[in-house]
Design a protein around this ligand. Structure first.
Ligand code: PSV
Ligand code: MN
Length: 424
């Protein structure tokens, strides 16, 4: 389904005067507002192919309707999001959930929807039907060399799919670890994993990156072989320049200071990418910004400061992706909310008065430093983000458009009420 441009235009017309009033007020308070808006326009956030259907927990899954049944339909959904917000112009594939069968046709479809292919993701955390050897006790860490070899080969296969599609990065997330003390030797597990990663790294094209994603726990609950940013950084440093750490916001022990982790990884040139979501307890995979918006702002504050310190391009030099699960909301509405939350935090981080903050820090003026950050966080930038959408051809209010145009109803008519998307 392609969204007709004139429908977006008439939706925008109906909201324009109210928008203008809010925008003019907010813009008058911001220096270089056009530069900020252009940065928001340039900043795209990839959508994972596994987040377009209804998610579930180990207790159950309550499907929505009109879920995408194939890779083509998942791309159609991301195309819809992108048409509405002009900021979701990339899809990240998980192999083998989404094996492209005809590269040329898939690439043509992507270009029709204005989409790029983001990082490709390998999957050695599940056994696939007809798989020779099991990953029950790990994959790249496994005590048995043949299991490690199977997992290495799979990753190399994933790179090959990515090369055909024009991806530029492989994300490796491992569920490897142990569930009980004594189950494995930490050092051997690390060494096996490192050797396996080295083989995969050797198959990376020169202009590719390897993102090593860490996670504190789940599905293993005693140890994870890539359990935190320290371990991920160890692997990335040993592997070489093309390897970097990937931060998933839900993968930390409670109350971890993620903004500090981000600042130091950036300082080391070892932050590769991001998986956005939000959580209250663990890897809850909730809508970005729904629980801890101040933390999200503080993370973006460090991202902007750290990227600027290294002269990096905010939009292009790191991998930005949402990694959330939608158990009770419409996945497309949820993703629209997540993208907007990211844009709001990014816009606010761009507004921080950096000179004043440095001065306050250098004078140990703690109260002023806090005022600077909290004033910025409390600045309403929603009309600035909406203006970025308007200028790039998106909808002023994407969720309102999605509902008034009855997009989910149309997808349900096309795909049926019992369709199930592959993924988690
Ligand atoms: C693991 O929890 C994770 O965050 C990794 O990024 C996976 O690839 C993704 O979720 C989907 O399972
Ligand atoms: Mn993730």
């Amino acid at each position: 389904m392609l969204v007709e441009k004139n429908k977006i235009a008439s939706h925008n017309d109906s909201l324009l005067s109210a928008h203008k009033r809010k925008f003019d007020f907010s813009a008058s308070e911001i220096k270089n507002v056009d530069t900020v808006i252009q940065k928001i326009i340039d900043f795209n956030i990839a959508i994972p192919s596994w987040a377009l259907g209804t998610g579930g927990t180990r207790f159950g899954r309550f499907s929505g309707t009109g879920e995408p049944r194939s890779l083509e339909e998942k791309m159609e959904d991301v195309g819809l999001l992108h048409a509405l917000n002009q900021s979701s112009g990339a899809i990240s594939l998980h192999i083998p959930w989404d094996i492209p069968e005809n590269y040329a046709a898939i690439k043509k479809l992507a270009s029709d929807y204005g989409l790029q292919f983001d990082a490709v993701n390998s999957n050695t955390f599940q056994d696939q039907p007809n798989q020779a050897l099991s990953y029950k006790f790990g994959s790249l860490q496994h005590v048995n060399k043949s299991v490690r070899k199977q997992a290495i080969d799979h990753n190399i296969e994933v790179i090959k799919h990515g090369v055909e599609l024009g991806s530029k990065a492989l994300t490796v997330w491992l569920s490897d670890g142990s569930t009980f003390p004594g189950q494995l030797n930490f050092r051997k597990a690390f060494q096996n994993t490192l050797e396996s990663l080295e083989e995969i790294y050797g198959a990376l094209p020169n202009d590719w990156k390897m993102f090593v994603e860490y996670k504190c726990c789940e599905p293993n609950f005693y140890s994870m072989t890539v359990g935190d940013w320290g371990q991920s950084l160890l692997y990335a440093n040993k592997l070489g320049n093309k390897a970097a750490t990937l931060v998933d916001l839900g993968h930390h022990l409670p109350n971890a200071n993620i903004e500090q982790i981000v600042a130091l990884l950036l300082m080391e040139g070892k932050l590769g990418g991001f998986h956005f979501n939000d959580s209250k307890y663990g890897d809850d995979d909730l809508t970005v910004g729904s629980m801890k918006p101040y933390q999200l702002f503080l993370i973006f504050n460090e991202l902007v400061e750290g990227m600027d310190a290294r002269g990096m391009n905010h939009a292009k030099d790191l991998g930005w992706m949402i990694d959330a699960s939608h158990n009770v909301k419409d996945p497309l509405e949820d993703l629209l909310q997540s993208v907007e939350a990211i844009q709001i935090a990014y816009a606010q981080a761009l507004l921080v008065d950096r000179k004043a903050l440095v001065l306050a820090q250098d004078n140990n003026d703690v109260a002023t430093a806090q005022e600077i950050l909290q004033d910025t966080f409390r600045t309403d930038v929603r009309s600035i983000v909406a203006e970025a959408r308007l200028r790039s051809g998106g909808a002023l209010n994407p969720i309102q458009f999605f509902r008034s145009e009855k997009i989910r109803e149309q997808l349900t008519k096309d795909r049926g009420s019992k369709s199930v998307a592959t993924g988690l």
